[in-house]
Design a protein around this ligand. Structure first.
Ligand code: ATP
Ligand code: MG
Length: 550
């Protein structure tokens, strides 16, 4: 089962939730472009008035500066709006990703590479943010500016507009070429720097082996190689950096010179295209200077959009992953009076079959022990019972309902799970037992601690149950007791005990077993043991002949 979620849907929801802000950004983009197009026109008029010997009204001068200030203000407003919007969007995307992760099955999660999942949350979300804050908004602003400048120049001097139209494709191609070359060189440099810096600690770590085998020159050679690659890549970035600005400036100068020469040519046919007043000449020169910057940014924005599209795809792949069924609906199995029943269950992790046609029944209040060699699948049976995995075939039934269909909230009231290895959670002593479940009150926590005989010890801690936990706060045996208290605190119907006494000394083991005896009263208890003599109740054998029950 999966919900219809995607990165773009989250973005659309953010736009809807922040309607005012989104509209403000669009208006600021438009206003900034319009305001930046006006000052050269005004400057042209001032110069025309001056060359004609007319006075220049003060309001024109004030207007000129006011327009420049307005353009700056609008750009600042656009950037601030985009930053706020970007934050809202990354917040929404990250929370949705986290919600999605909590809905994934343990099976699906165990197949994920932790680094790759972390990258979805961090870098992929960042690229989607930059798609909107930098990429699309910047591209819209730059495209508007280029078209605006071309339109104004077309109205003022057709010839120049035609020259620019011919020149722009070359300019764009050249800009992209330089940017691609620069990006490739920067990546190569980053890789080389990474390799060179990892060689130093690697050499230090293996220094004894290097000395013994006389490999000092070999390591020095490898380091030289890595820094050589880095220097060559650096030279390439310097080259691209060095050529771009001079080429653009020369192009700018050549266009201005050619247009000025043509406008001063005196040829009537040329003048119909290129003729202009002194004021217009100043204005168009100003515009030519302005048109190069947006072309350069456009190239960068295309790059941002390309990497963001890959980020969006990766986020959508994550959203599309299969979810477990959290509804807790029964699916029409034959009724059973067993607390726990496995019917012809076959299960494996990917290709590796662990349980093959396993069947057993455990009645309410019964005590059984799963026995089998290491790797026989005993802990796996517990994970199937708790619905963390679904069987490849067969049924896993808890009180007659499929285990995987059990609602999240119900699971803790049904199962108390004492894990093979205890995992502390960040937080206080109370948090270790409640696992942040607010419905478990202080009295239940105290009762659980008393059940395992740790209540007195916890009360002597500086902040009692509110003491923040560190690994040194309890001994290994005491952590094991906390683990039993965690299982018992929600008063579950079934206790699952996985090898809980494996690493304890005889005295602590007795203490843990007594605590368990008290915690297990009146419940169905399923234990795991591969030590003979530690079994209680009926035995269920795993491994070799799976379906056997003794
Ligand atoms: P032990 O007595 O050592 O605790 P066990 O009977 O509890 O062993 P399981 O932990 O159920 O054994 O593992 C059974 C098999 O499944 C093992 O071969 C193990 O390598 C494999 N296995 C367990 N968990 C996973 C997993 N998440 N992904 C892939 N394989 C797994
Ligand atoms: Mg195990």
């Amino acid at each position: 089962m999966k919900r219809n979620e995607s990165a773009m849907r989250v973005v659309a929801e953010t736009i809807r939730a922040k309607k005012g802000l989104s509209l403000g950004i669009v208006l600021a983009v438009g206003a900034a472009v319009a305001a930046s197009l006006c000052p050269p026109l005004l400057l042209g008029r001032v110069i025309d008035a001056m060359t004609a010997g007319e006075g220049v009204p003060a309001v024109w001068a004030i207007g000129y500066f006011a327009l420049l200030a307005l353009a700056g203000l609008m750009e600042a407003a656009r950037e601030s709006g985009l930053t706020v919007f970007g934050q809202a969007m990354t917040h929404a995307l990250r929370s949705r990703l986290m919600e999605k992760m909590t809905r994934l099955s343990a099976d699906e999660l165990s197949r994920q590479e932790p680094g790759a999942v972390a990258a979805r949350f961090v870098s992929d979300v960042d690229t989607v943010e930059s798609l909107f804050t930098g990429g699309i908004a910047g591209m819209a602003a730059d495209a508007c500016k280029i078209f605006g400048i071309l339109a104004v120049i077309w109205l003022r001097n057709r010839g120049l507009a035609l020259v620019l139209l011919l020149l722009l494709p070359f300019l764009f191609w050249f800009t992209r070429r330089v940017q691609r070359g620069m990006l490739a060189a920067q990546m190569a440099k980053r890789r080389a720097v990474g390799r060179a810096s990892s060689l130093v600690p690697e050499t230090l770590k293996c220094i004894r082996t290097i000395r013994c085998l006389g490999k000092e020159d070999y390591m020095a050679g490898r380091y030289d190689e890595a820094i050589d690659v880095g220097y060559r890549a650096m030279e390439k970035t310097n080259f691209y950096d060095a050529i771009y600005s001079p080429v653009i400036l020369t192009l700018n100068a050549v266009v201005v010179a050619v247009v000025m020469l043509l406008s001063a040519s005196g040829n009537a046919r040329v003048l119909t295209l290129f003729g202009m007043s002194a004021g217009t000449a100043v204005a168009v020169m100003n515009y030519i200077g302005q048109i190069f910057a947006p072309v350069e940014s456009l190239g960068m924005e295309i790059q941002t959009i390309q990497s963001a599209i890959a980020g969006v795809k990766r986020i959508d792949e994550f959203f599309a992953r299969e979810e477990r069924n959290p509804t807790g609906e029964a699916c029409g199995q034959e009724p059973t009076d067993a607390a726990v029943e496995l019917r012809h269950v076959t299960f494996g992790y990917d290709e590796h079959i662990v349980l093959d046609d396993l069947s057993f029944r455990i009645l309410p209040g019964e005590r059984v022990t799963l026995v089998g060699r290491t790797g026989a699948g005993k802990s796996t049976v517990f994970k199937l019972l708790m619905g963390l995995y679904t069987p490849g075939s067969g049924d896993v039934l808890i009180d007659g309902r499929p285990a995987a269909a059990m609602a999240e909230a119900e699971r803790r009231r049904v199962f108390g799970y004492v894990e093979q290895t205890f995992h502390a959670v960040p937080g206080t002593v109370r948090d270790q037992m409640t696992l942040y479940d607010d419905s478990i009150d202080d009295e239940a926590v105290r009762r659980a601690a008393a059940l395992v005989g740790l209540d007195k010890h916890i009360e002597t801690l500086p902040q009692g149950y509110d003491t923040p936990c560190t690994p040194a706060l309890f001994s290994q045996g005491e952590w094991q007791l906390i683990s039993i208290a965690r299982a018992a605190v929600a008063d579950p119907k079934i206790m699952l005990l996985d090898e809980i006494t494996a690493n304890l000394d005889a005295e602590t083991e007795q203490c843990v077993l007594r605590a368990l005896g008290r915690a297990s009263e009146g419940r169905t208890v399923i234990s795991i043991s591969h030590r003979t003599g530690a079994e209680t109740g009926r035995l269920i054998m795993l491994g070799g002949h799976n379906a056997a029950s003794a």
